[in-house]
Each structure stands twice: as C-alpha cells, then as structure tokens.
Design a protein around this ligand. Sequence first.
Ligand SMILES: *Cc1c(COP(=O)(O)O)cnc(C)c1O
Length: 478
Amino acid sequence: MTDHDSLDPQDWEAFRRAAHDLLDACVDQLADARARPWHPVPERLEAAYALDTPPLADEAALGAALAADVLSHGTGNTHPTFFGWVHGTGLASGLMSEMVAATVNANLGGRDHAAMRMERAVIDWTRRVMGFPEGASGVLVAGTSQATVIALAAARVRALGDVRAAGQGDRCLRVYAGRAAHNALRKAVELLGIGHDNLVLFDDGPRGPDPDTIRAAIAADRAAGRVPLAVVATAGSVDLGRFDDLPALADLALYEGLWFHVDGAFGAWIRLADAPWRDLGRGIERADSLACDFHKWMYVPYDCGLVLIRDEAAHRAAFAARPSYLAGQARGLAGGEPWFCDYGIDLSRGNRALKVWSAIRLYGPERFGAAITENCRLAARMGARVTATPHMALAAPVVSNLCVFTADDRLPPDAQSALNTRIAADLQLSGQGVFSTTQVGGVTCLRAAITNHRTRPEDVDAVTSAVAGARDAEGASV
Ligand SMILES: *Cc1c(COP(=O)(O)O)cnc(C)c1O
C-alpha cells in the first residue's frame, strides 16, 4: 500500500484547516443554541444522506457536508425550551472530550491504559454520591435499559447459583415493582427469559407501591412454588417524576431476602440537589443495584448510563469469562485488572468515561447540584403558572423536575387529549418549545421533563404562555 492509498489524510495541513473550520461551526452551534430549535429534516437532505454517490473529494468536503447537512438538524435537545421525554442537553465539555476520545480511540473492554483508570474514577465518584460501600462494582453502559439487564442478571446468579451453565430451567422467577416502572424493566425481564408475565406490578400511591401488598404477593408466590427474585423501586418515574418510598421498599427486600434494584435513570441525581428535593433520593444507598444515566440529568452527551452493584462477586459471577485470547498478564498492556468486559455484555467498549470524567472535573458536584435544583424549581414554576392560568390544570402535583398538565380542563377527556396532542405538535413545529405527551387518568396530557441546564425562568413563562395562546387561538377559530 502506498501513502496515497492510506485512509489517513493526504495533506495533514489541509485536514487541520478543515477540522478547525468544523470545530468553529460546532462551537457556533452550541453558543447559538437558543436560535436553533428542532425543525423537520429538510427534504433536500434525503438526497444528501444517500450513500449511493461517489466518495467526497477530501476531508474539507466532509467538513462542509457535516456543517451544512448535520450540525443544525438534531433532536433539538440542545435548545433551552426542549422539555420532551427525558433528554439531556449536552455539555460544551463534551465537545472537547469527544474530540479527544475519537483521537485516542481506546477500547475499554480491558487492558492497561489511561481510560480504564478514568472509568474507575467515574464509577468511584458515583459510588460515593449514591452512598454505595467501597468495593461495590460498576460499569458504564449505553443507558439504563442495558444497566437493568445487567443488574437483574447479577440478581439471578445470586439467587439461583449456576444459572449460566444450566439456564433458568422451569423455575418461575418473580420481579415486583410499582406500575410507574419504566418499560426498560419489562424489556429486561423479557430478555433474561423471566417473561413479563412474571413482572408483578402494583398500583402506585404518591410514594409508589404499598410494601404490605407486595409482601402478601411474595408469600402467595412462595406458596405456589414460584421464586421471588427482586423488588424494583423507581427513583424518578418517567411519567410524573415521582419517587417510590425507597427506605420502605429496601426494608421489604431485606426482610424477604430479595435483591433490591433501583431505577434511578434520571432521578438518582437528585441526591446532588438542595433540600427538599435531595431527600427524595434517600434510600438509594441501600440498593443492591442502581441503574442511572449520565446522558439525562447529568447533561453529558449521549450515550452513557451506569450500573452500580453492591456485591462485586455477584456482578463478576454473572459476566466474567476470559477465554485464552483475552488472558490478563502480569506485565505490559494485557495487565490492568479488573477488566470491564468481566462486568457486562460488551467486550469492545467505547470511551464513555472521558466525557463524564471531563464534565465532573470541570463543573464539580456543586454546579451539577445547582443545575438540578434549578430544574426542579423551574418545574415548580411551570406548575404554578399552569395552576394560575384559567382552565389549565395539573394532572398531578409537581414533585421533582416534571410538570404534566392539560391545556383545557373544560373539555371532555377525548377533546382534551386531542387538543393537548395538537398543541404539542404545533409548538414543536413552530420552534417555540418541545413538550412530549403522556396519559394520566385517561387524558393525554402535555408533559415537560426539565433536564435542561439552559432553561431560564423566562423560558418556562414563555412556553407556558404559548400553550395558553395556542389553546385560545383554537377556541377563537372554532
Ligand atoms: C429513560 C429511562 C429509562 C431507560 O433508560 P435509557 O437510558 O433510555 O436506556 C429507564 N427508566 C427511567 C425511569 C427512565 O427515565
């Protein structure tokens, strides 16, 4: 192969200029985020994205295409009035760390190199925030969905022993949670072969499911020869931002000898917030396992979640496997135990650690705590404005960073649902703001999940007024 055939740039100086130009465009995109809301993908880009065309001339052409055709056509979650689903905003630190991560191109499955140490530092920092004991293990993953699979796999190994060899057989494992549990839990029990018929869901009160009701179900399951496996608590429900009574569910799991898993996808980070919000996260420190995301309420660029597991031995027992081609060595690059491939599903792993490490290093827990606290304040502010606007009504009290409401409580449920759905789409399309929707009590409501460090009080006021305006404009035209 000649130099000409290498996949490296033919002219590094030309590449440098092209990369600098692109970096400038990226910085503009972030600095100018307020002027760049989500918009539908322009028709012309369908052709620009097709890959049945000849390769580009050089890196400068690629840079120009990325700047023109990609940079400003994202999900819009970089914008200050983006409140849909639970989307983190991203951080400027991520632009720097992702650039370096792509350059280093480390594989964090294992071996002895800097990124492995940084992932351990990230896990250890989080372990302390969450109140887990020293010796607990963890691994960075794509998100809470994967973290949940890993946590329950460890739980099952602890409960059944050698399930990796023999499989689950005809044993009927049971998992208990409140109805507010995220669909990720259902997927996890399906993937593990437990089956979602064995995910037993209980009606939620304001603090989640009632422990006594779960206790009775556990007793009935045992009497019927089933095998209770885990109690799963939700710390920050995706619909309403509610927190289960974590200490009560921890007591229940302890008493029954079951694994206690907490889904804290976004909500776990409320432990960094000021009172009173931070108290909602009390009890996470008692979990056997915790799933949480850096890409939601830690604002770190996608994707990055974490599973923390109290019992390192159970975690290892569920995943460790080192065929000869992966044998660790005392000296050289094949050192650096423990390896992350022994704690999860993936062997080859990207460098998720660096963007998290960079964010923690730059902003520190206080600034994250302040941003999380502010998001809770803003949700409360939105709630107050909804309540103060005639005929707008909250679907549920605001307890953390979620505000769910209907634009017009005078209408019958079907008409409210249709109105709220229309308003969500209209505001998205006009660039005024992004709400998603969810059903509460048979009504499709507007739902704001504020995991956005760019949102200001004025943004909340403007977008709430925009909802009222859209409703009144419809009323006027009927
Ligand atoms: C988002 C979310 C999940 C799923 O997490 P991913 O990171 O999207 O895989 C699970 N539980 C809750 C409460 C969530 O908000």
